[in-house]
Design a protein around this ligand. Structure first.
Ligand SMILES: Cc1cc2nc3c(=O)[nH]c(=O)nc-3n(C[C@H](O)[C@H](O)[C@H](O)COP(=O)(O)OP(=O)(O)OC[C@H]3O[C@@H](n4cnc5c(N)ncnc54)[C@H](O)[C@@H]3O)c2cc1C
Length: 298
């Protein structure tokens, strides 16, 4: 079996994994180098398919504030929001956007070169940044991929699955075992630090807009090694998709379409959201989804 040593390993090459890898590489001393392990191609991820945009509270958006964003988030969370997490994400969002811009992400701008903000469900003001029109995830992922490929000291294993975390007798993490599909080969990687950024579990559902890689095995890997997992019932989903056929394949009809004024209608062309919520098509996703489900049953 192959054997190697790194100062840190990042598992997953979506936006979370690549962003973590770039930050580690810029801010931490890594004498034995950094390795990214990813089970498909570097760019393949949920991140690549994200469309509508990225929520952020930017200082130049004078109608917005972190207080308002946190309020909106808590309202949309139906009493289940972790306030500290909402505050942290909101307060850090402008800084993250600036960093992404430094890493090469171009968010869409208006004719005066000012950032463009759109609206999505449950937001009381326009605060969604987007890139490439409706290809925000692809633009961010692609920029981070390009950036990381310029960092010669970062090693990348594609087509490689992280299969097990290694611990010593004191339960301290010592490394990871990987399996490369192309070479049909396992490898033991010694490292004191593993970041697991392996995305979600969308593929457990029959109908999903998530790509095939979204099978949750990174979460299982962490769980088997003793990590605590929490809030597993919270799976992000979208109310609207375009069905491509009987085998369940579909693509997302982005939230941003309703944000820009699209209406939901029944098979007779009648709108129905007025029966369910005064925010109509811009009610939070759970409400819109239940309304659609209810209409389908009528
Ligand atoms: C169609 C669609 C539209 C979306 N639109 C939006 C939007 O407009 N705005 C928004 O904020 N969010 C949106 N999302 C959600 C968003 O894309 C995800 O929340 C986000 O991309 C998750 O990023 P991530 O890096 O955590 O995971 P991912 O991008 O899924 O990356 C996970 C990575 O881990 C790798 N991996 C998994 N398991 C292993 C393993 N065992 N070993 C090695 N590698 C492994 C995968 O190959 C992949 O590289 C959308 C999602 C979809 C599917």
């Amino acid at each position: 079996m192959k054997h190697s040593k790194y100062s840190a390993v990042v598992v997953g090459s979506g936006i979370a994994g690549l962003y973590a890898a770039i930050k580690l590489q810029r801010e931490v001393n890594l004498p034995q180098g950094l390795l990214i392990v990813t089970k498909s191609k570097l760019i393949e991820s949920n991140s690549k398919y994200a469309q509508g945009g990225m929520v952020c509270v930017m200082p130049e958006n004078k109608l917005d504030s972190t207080t308002l964003h946190i309020e909106d988030t808590i309202k949309a969370g139906a009493g289940l929001t972790d306030r500290k997490a909402a505050e942290y994400i909101s307060q850090k969002s402008a800084q993250v956007v600036k960093e992404l811009q430094n890493f090469g992400v171009d968010f869409d701008r208006d004719e005066n070169n000012k950032l463009k903000f759109t609206k999505e469900a449950a937001h009381s003001v326009n605060r969604i940044l987007h890139a490439g029109g409706d290809a925000t995830g692809f633009c961010i992922e692609n920029a981070l991929v390009k950036y990381i490929l310029t960092q010669k000291e970062v090693k990348i294993y594609e087509q490689t699955l992280a299969v097990e975390l290694l611990k010593d007798k004191n339960n301290i993490n010592r490394g990871i075992i990987t399996y490369n599909y192309d070479e049909n080969e396992y490898e033991i990687i010694e490292t004191p630090a593993v970041i697991i950024a392996t995305g979600g579990i969308g593929q457990i559902y029959r109908y999903t807009t998530n790509p095939d890689i979204t099978t949750g095995d990174g979460i299982a890997l962490a769980y088997r090694a003793g990590a605590k997992v929490r809030d597993m019932e919270f799976v992000q989903f979208h109310p609207t998709a375009f069905s491509l056929g009987e085998n369940g394949t579909m693509f997302l009809i982005s939230e941003a379409v309703r944000g820009e004024g699209a209406k939901l209608t029944d098979k007779f062309g009648h709108t129905f959201m007025e029966k369910y919520d005064e925010r109509l098509e811009l009610a939070p996703r759970d409400i819109v989804t239940r309304a659609i489900y209810n209409e389908l049953k009528l």
